[in-house]
Design a protein around this ligand. Structure first.
Ligand code: CTP
Ligand code: MG
Length: 229
C-alpha cells in the first residue's frame, strides 16, 4: 500500500496563546511539528509528504525538515486563511495518480499510531473515504440560549480526528465544489459528505490528541514519557 500525506501547518495556534505558531513549541526534545512529520517519514507506506505553511515561516519549516531528515517532504505549499484553504492548496499541488490514496493529517496531532494510519489507508482503498474517530464518552446535549433542547443518543456519537483518508479524485472534486459554493468545512469529511459519497469510520485511540491549549501540551509531555520517547 502507498499513500501521500497532506499536512496543514499554516495556522497560528491562537488558543495556545504562545508567541509563535504552536507547531514550533517543544515537546520533549523536538518541536511538535517534527514529531508529527516523523510518524510519516518512518512509515513505509508513506510515499511523500506535502505540507501547507505560511510564507513567512518557510525558512523555519525548511530548517526543521533538514534537521530531522524529513526526506519525504516533496513540497512546501503556501496555505490559506482557513484550514480548508490550506488543505486545498495541498490538493492542487499533488502530482500523483488520481486513483491514489491521500491522507490529510493535522500537524498539531503528534501522537498518531501507525496501526490507525494503515487501517485508514486500507479502508479508503476499499471504499474511497475513511476517517479516524473515537466514541464520545460524555453524555452530549444540544443547548440553545442556555437551555437543553435535546439529549443525543450516545451510542451513535463519535468524536472525529485526523487522519482522514480519501481517493484523491474524490476529495479534490468535493473540495473544489465546496470552495466554489463557499461551504465552510472544519474537516475534509464534511465536504465529501456534502458531495454525496459515504465516509467510513475507523476507530482510533484517545491519545491521538490535537495540541490546542496548554493543557494538551502538558498531557503531551506525559504521553511522551509514558511511551518512552
Ligand atoms: N491550519 C492550516 N491553515 C489554517 C489554519 C489551520 O494549515 N489557515 C492547520 C494548523 O496549523 C493545524 C491544523 O490546521 O495543524 C489544525 O488546526 P488548529 O488546531 O485549529 O490550529 P490553529 O488554527 O493553528 O490553532 P487556533 O485555531 O487555536 O488558532
Ligand atoms: Mg484553527
Amino acid at each position: 500500500m502507498r499513500y501521500t500525506v497532506m499536512i496543514p501547518a499554516a495556522g497560528s495556534g491562537k488558543r495556545m496563546r504562545a508567541s509563535q505558531n504552536k507547531l514550533f513549541l517543544q515537546l520533549g526534545d523536538r518541536p511538535i511539528l517534527a514529531h508529527t512529520l516523523q510518524r510519516f517519514q518512518e512509515d513505509e507506506w508513506c510515499e511523500s509528504i506535502i505540507i501547507a505553511i505560511k510564507e513567512e515561516e518557510r525558512l523555519l519549516m525548511e530548517a526543521i525538515a533538514k534537521k530531522f531528515n524529513l526526506s519525504k517532504i516533496t513540497q512546501f505549499v503556501v496555505g490559506g486563511a482557513e484550514r480548508q484553504h490550506s488543505v486545498h492548496a495541498c490538493l492542487e499541488a499533488y502530482d500523483g495518480s488520481i486513483d491514489g490514496i491521500i491522507l490529510v493529517h493535522d500537524a498539531a496531532r503528534p501522537f498518531i499510531h501507525q496501526s490507525t494510519i494503515h487501517e485508514l489507508v486500507m479502508k479508503a482503498q476499499e471504499t474511497g473515504a475513511a476517517i479516524a474517530a473515537v466514541k464520545v464518552q460524555d453524555t452530549t446535549k444540544v443547548v440553545a440560549s442556555g437551555i437543553v433542547q435535546q439529549t443525543l443518543p450516545r451510542e451513535q456519537l463519535w468524536a472525529i480526528q485526523t487522519p482522514q483518508a480519501f481517493r484523491y479524485e474524490l476529495l479534490y472534486n468535493a473540495s473544489k465544489e465546496a470552495l466554489a459554493e463557499q461551504f465552510e468545512a472544519t474537516d475534509e469529511s464534511m465536504v465529501v459528505e456534502r458531495y454525496g459519497a459515504p465516509v467510513h469510520v475507523v476507530e482510533s485511540t484517545y491519545d491521538n490528541i490535537k495540541m490546542t491549549t496548554t493543557a494538551d501540551l502538558s498531557y503531551g509531555h506525559y504521553l511522551l514519557k509514558e511511551r518512552g520517547e
